[in-house]
Design a protein around this ligand. Structure first.
Ligand code: DGY
Length: 336
């Protein structure tokens, strides 16, 4: 029996590697850094499958040279780094891992909300700098109540829903915007739909949990930021490109909004001279919303299972380009 060859583009959880090694020959890019594009291209030339991360760009150039490639499994929920159309034309099956991160990311979105509203990071910096001179002052480091405030969620997918149900437990009123209205979720979670422009005007906190598509690129720009309340906060756990970052910097400097908490950026890692770094009313984290032990282990294992399943001739539910089944029927890639 032929053992399929799999490329793994980063150091990942051992349990996932074990799963792959049981069925395939694995070539591991044994590093936390992404392989340079030339290495990625070279490595995929003779591989049947690739397990990649969201920071590996799989474009036409990569796919063109990967003639044997049958599966790209991304160890992420997002898949905006993969040219899905090109993969489909070339008969490459693409999978993601949509559900295992939901709770971790939702919890983190609320952690960001609390951090920026209650100034936790700013206060920590203040104390460590040795600036704490007065034991307790009535007007010191104030922030808004969270209970009773309005949370606007942009994108009511799995993560948006998980944020909504937690926010309801915190006593928040929840409104949402998404491409399609979801009456069943509205009733179940006690949330109400708003067109985006109304959500922006009404919300005290806005959580962005939409995926990055051509329609959502820079969906929060100058006009949107100007329509938010000056006392409101913007939280982003989706993709950096959903916000026009230049406009956000102005909004934060000029007080169009009160603050922001961002886990994702237009450019990752961000440049050391990014103006956001020097702002007190911003909490910044390095794309770690899904970084719990449990979520990341399940993420890696699921990405490995997706590869095995396709190589066995079974399409997993997270197949992102089902049209590929017509281009290259599954039987032809059955190897295990
Ligand atoms: C994803 O999987 O798309 C997330 O951004 C990872 O944190």
């Amino acid at each position: 029996m032929v053992r399929p060859r799999v490329y793994v583009s980063r150091r990942i959880q051992e349990s996932a590697l074990r799963l792959l090694r049981r069925h395939c020959d694995v070539e591991l890019h044994d590093s936390d850094y992404p392989p340079p594009k030339s290495v990625l291209v070279k490595s995929l030339e003779d591989k049947d499958a690739a397990l990649i991360l969201l920071s590996d760009t799989i474009d036409r150039e990569v796919l063109e040279k990967a003639e044997k490639l049958r599966v790209i499994s991304t160890m992420s929920a997002g898949y905006d780094h993969i040219d899905l159309k090109e993969a489909t034309v070339r008969g490459v099956y693409v999978t993601n891992v949509p559900s295992v991160l939901t709770d971790a990311v939702a919890e983190f979105a609320l952690a960001l909300l609390f951090s920026v509203a209650r100034r936790i990071v700013e206060a920590d910096r203040f104390l460590r700098k040795g600036s704490w001179r007065i034991a307790w002052s009535p007007m010191f480091m104030l922030g808004p109540d969270i209970n009773g405030r309005t949370l606007g969620i942009v994108g009511l997918g799995a993560i948006g829903k998980a944020v909504a149900s937690r926010a309801r437990c915190l006593g928040m009123r929840v409104i949402y915007f998404s491409r399609t209205r979801k009456p069943d979720v509205e009733a179940k979670l006690d949330v109400s739909y708003r067109p985006l422009k109304d959500l922006l005007r009404e919300s005290d906190f806005i959580v962005l949990s939409t995926s990055l598509t051509p329609e959502t690129v820079k969906m929060i720009g100058e006009q949107e930021l100007r329509s938010m309340k000056p006392t409101s906060y913007l939280i982003n756990v989706s993709r950096g490109a959903v916000i026009d970052e230049k406009a956000l910097v102005r909004a934060l400097k000029e007080g169009w909004i009160a603050g922001a908490a961002l886990d994702v950026f237009e450019k990752e890692p961000i440049d050391p001279d990014n103006p956001l770094i020097n702002m007190d009313n911003v909490v910044l984290t390095p794309h770690i919303a899904s970084a719990t032990f449990e979520a990341r282990r399940r993420l890696a294992e699921k990405a490995a299972e997706n590869i095995i399943s396709i190589l066995r001739g079974e399409a997993p539910p997270s197949l992102l380009n089902p049209e590929v089944l017509r281009v290259k029927p599954l039987e032809t890639v059955k190897m295990l």
